[in-house]
Design a protein around this ligand. Structure first.
Ligand SMILES: [Zn+2]
Length: 148
C-alpha cells in the first residue's frame, strides 16, 4: 500500500484547514497586526501537520493489520474448502452422507454430515454447490418429515 492511498483516507477537512492555515501564515504577516493570533495559527498549523502525519502512519498500520487479518481468514476458508473438496460426502458403507429437506422456495438444501458443506438442488449461481447425482439422497429420506 502506497503513501498516497493512506492520504486518501485522511480527513479531508483537516487537510483543507491545515492548508488554509499554512497559506494564512505565509501571506497575512504585514496585514495582520495581531501577532498573537498569528502565532496561535502557526502553532495550530504545526499541530495539525503533526496530527496528519500521525494519522497517516496509523491509517497505514491499520490497513496493514486489516490486510493480514483478511489474508488469515482467506487461508482458513481455503483450508476448509480444500478439506471439503477432499470429502467424498459418503459414509463408510458407501451411502450418501447428505441429508436435508425441501425449503419453502421449493429447492432442496442438503448438508454433508461429515464436512458440513451445504448443497442445493437444483443449484443456481456460483455460491450453490450442485448435488452429485450419485449422492442425491432418496426422496423418502428427504421428504419423510414433510407430511407423510
Ligand atoms: Zn462432505
Amino acid at each position: 500500500m502506497s503513501k498516497q492511498e493512506g492520504m486518501h483516507k485522511l480527513d479531508k477537512e483537516t487537510v483543507a484547514l491545515a492548508t488554509q492555515l499554512a497559506v494564512d501564515e505565509d501571506t497575512s504577516g504585514a496585514e495582520n497586526p495581531d501577532t498573537e493570533l498569528s502565532e496561535l495559527r502557526a502553532l495550530l498549523s504545526r499541530h495539525l501537520k503533526q496530527e496528519l502525519q500521525d494519522k497517516e502512519a496509523s491509517v497505514t498500520k491499520e490497513a496493514e493489520a486489516r490486510k493480514q487479518r483478511i489474508a488469515q481468514v482467506q487461508i482458513t476458508l481455503n483450508e476448509i474448502e480444500d478439506s471439503r473438496d477432499r470429502c467424498s460426502h459418503t459414509k463408510p458403507d458407501g451411502k450418501t452422507a447428505l441429508g436435508g429437506q425441501r425449503n419453502f422456495d421449493g429447492k432442496y438444501r442438503f448438508v454433508c454430515s461429515i464436512c458440513n458443506r451445504t448443497f442445493t438442488y437444483p443449484a443456481e449461481g456460483p455460491d450453490e454447490h450442485a448435488v452429485p447425482p450419485e449422492l442425491l439422497p432418496a426422496t423418502e429420506r428427504v421428504g419423510s418429515s414433510m407430511g407423510g
